[in-house]
Design a protein around this ligand. Structure first.
Ligand SMILES: [Zn+2]
Ligand SMILES: [Zn+2]
Length: 151
């Protein structure tokens, strides 16, 4: 099986919530630790074995093959969902907070068509937080883990 996209973690998490199962109960049923399931659900697909992930998917009725996009299918992402990870790229606006340089990604400038590469500098676009793997939201800082997208 190919490396899983962090999206599958969130998809399985949402499916578990919809099913009304706690992490504790589901972990016991598929034979993994609740702590590992918790980290998996935060966007770290490597925290669970392939076997356990397949059990989870089967139990929750999630289709893994449909949920793990290949790089070629990145074009299916919505325009403006990616940001440029290059701090020197003009699409990122630098500003200072308490003497620290932060960058506010301009996702519309970097990713006007939902492509793979930054429209301004050509860098490969990021669509997930480099720190925790959560899908990128508007703003300079990940709303999931609190880390800036670009350092
Ligand atoms: Zn760029
Ligand atoms: Zn994050």
């Amino acid at each position: 099986m190919k490396a899983l996209n962090p999206e599958i973690c969130f998809k399985l998490r949402d499916a578990r919530r919809l099913a009304g199962l706690s992490q504790h109960v589901l972990a016991a049923e598929v034979g993994c630790k609740q702590s590992a399931l918790s980290m998996f659900e935060q966007g770290r697909p490597t925290k669970l074995s392939t076997e356990v992930v397949e059990k989870l998917a089967k139990k929750l009725g999630v289709d893994l093959s449909a949920a793990a996009p290949s790089p070629d299918s990145l074009a299916a992402y919505a325009p403006g969902s990616g940001f440029c990870p290059n701090p020197q790229c003009p699409s990122n606006h630098a500003y200072q907070v308490a003497g620290r340089a932060l960058y506010s990604p301009d996702r519309a400038a970097a990713d006007p068509v939902g492509g793979r590469f930054c429209a301004v500098c050509g860098e490969v676009l990021e669509r997930f937080c480099p720190n925790c793997g959560a899908p990128v939201h508007a703003g300079a800082v990940c709303s999931h883990c609190g880390q800036p997208y670009i350092e």
